[in-house]
Design a binder for this molecule. Sequence first.
Ligand SMILES: [Zn+2]
Length: 344
Amino acid sequence: MPDLHAFIAGLPKAELHVHHVGSASPRIVSELAARHTDSKVPSDPEALVDYFTFTDFAHFIDVYLSVVDLIRTPEDVRLLTYEIARDMARQQVRYAELTLTPFSSVIRRGIDEGAFMDAIEDARTAAEADFGTILRWCFDIPGEAGLESAEQTVRLATTDKIRPEGLVSFGLGGPEIGVPRPQFKPYFDRAIAAGLHSVPHAGETTGPETVWDALTDLRAERIGHGTSSARDPKLLAHLAEHRIPLEVCPTSNIATRAVRTLDEHPLKEFVRAGVVVTVNSDDPPMFGTDLNNEYAVAARLLDLDERGLAALAKNAVEVSFLDGPGKAALAAEIDTYTAGWLAP
Ligand SMILES: [Zn+2]
């Protein structure tokens, strides 16, 4: 499908599930690793390819945390954020909700919280001016770090003088096994009361009951992954009826072994059940993917043509937390591009 690949490459897109540190390309990681030579992360871009090959989800978390360890100064944060936007713009990503884990950088690493927020905001405004890519933030709790990380994350996300202007949502990531969602309810309550949207990961590595917990206790407006929802017809019906979208990341699910093969991925079952789906890249360089590749995967799994792909791109715009005029402008841009492509 060479034509479809070219169509996808030029299609204006929104990305709703993508992680900050997980978007560090080998080029950026090698720069950071060269700067911080005590790290175990290789600074040679070729060695990084092997380093980024995972055996299982636990191994992935291990590698991920070693890259987190390279983000040590506000300059590291700014460089990473700005360069991520450059990579996005090359793929015609016009809008992205980037998930940041400030607990890692601010509390664990000790980067001054004000300097951290200034660094991401400075990168955000520069990226919008230089690349035309609009960035918004999701602050997520690293679930494995426990309730102290939840307390710190909600503090940074809801304290007036600290929270950055671009912050729109509140999430929960990390491993799900042994990290029950309901314990985070009080923190999500506070984030929601402060006007943030609830977007926890759920059902990525555990069963549909975790997705139910995310809906009931964390009042999720969108679900990160939600892969195991396919095993619960009642849950699928609920997601469809209440129009709660799934942020589906097919290649990520294979890389972490959450799903065995792409052909076994439940994306088609979600669509068949009437669930709103968006496709996303999660931690793209770490999984050897990018958003354009995820659209190509979706085209194959869902048998989509150009109009189908445009509709998928518009799903993401519609269920994003961009403001009304921004959504209308991006949807119109997708329509214009598609009409132009299909015109004789
Ligand atoms: Zn994720």
